[in-house]
Design a binder for this molecule. Structure first.
Ligand code: PLP
Length: 147
């Protein structure tokens, strides 16, 4: 399908899975992309505010699981490695919203909070939070350059 030429008409619906405390900007982005802010499946969290991998419903491709590392209010980091293992066989794309917490990977005492993030398909992070640079300094990375 050539989205630029033909638009999204006729495209298969994409299931989007998020945690119950998804950052509002992620929902905004889904709306801008045409994936729909309200069409998400919300996964319940554990007592620490992390997405519960076993509570993710069985979804098949095309699907996108948006994990969060971490929650800007609580610091909670989803267990991305466990989530990747649970969804890998079904060909689901796993994204890490690491706007706030992905920088923990650079800290020897906090890196355990990001265990498994290397198994994801894409990562976004902000430099304007922990790195304290001007607003709107963001990066996005994809595992496959073609994507
Ligand atoms: C801050 C934050 C965002 C939004 O990023 P901005 O670039 O500041 O708009 C998204 N997700 C999480 C988890 C955040 O903490």
């Amino acid at each position: 399908m050539n989205v630029e030429a033909d638009g999204l008409f006729g495209a298969p619906p994409i299931t989007v899975v998020v945690g119950e405390e998804v950052h509002p900007s992620l929902l905004k982005a889904l709306g801008l992309l045409g994936l729909g802010r309200n069409r998400v499946v919300k996964v319940p969290l554990d007592s620490q505010g992390r997405m519960r991998p076993e509570a993710i419903p069985f979804v098949t491709s095309p699907a996108l699981v948006c994990t969060q590392v971490g929650n800007v209010n609580t610091g909670a980091c989803d267990p991305v490695g466990d989530i990747c293992e649970r969804t890998r066989t079904s060909g689901v794309w796993v994204h890490v919203d690491g706007a706030f917490g992905l920088w923990a990977a650079a800290s020897p005492s906090l890196a355990y909070l990001t265990d498994g993030v290397e198994q994801a398909d894409s990562w976004a992070t902000d430099a304007h939070k922990w790195l304290n640079v001007p607003y709107d300094s963001n990066t996005a990375r994809l595992r496959e350059s073609e994507a």
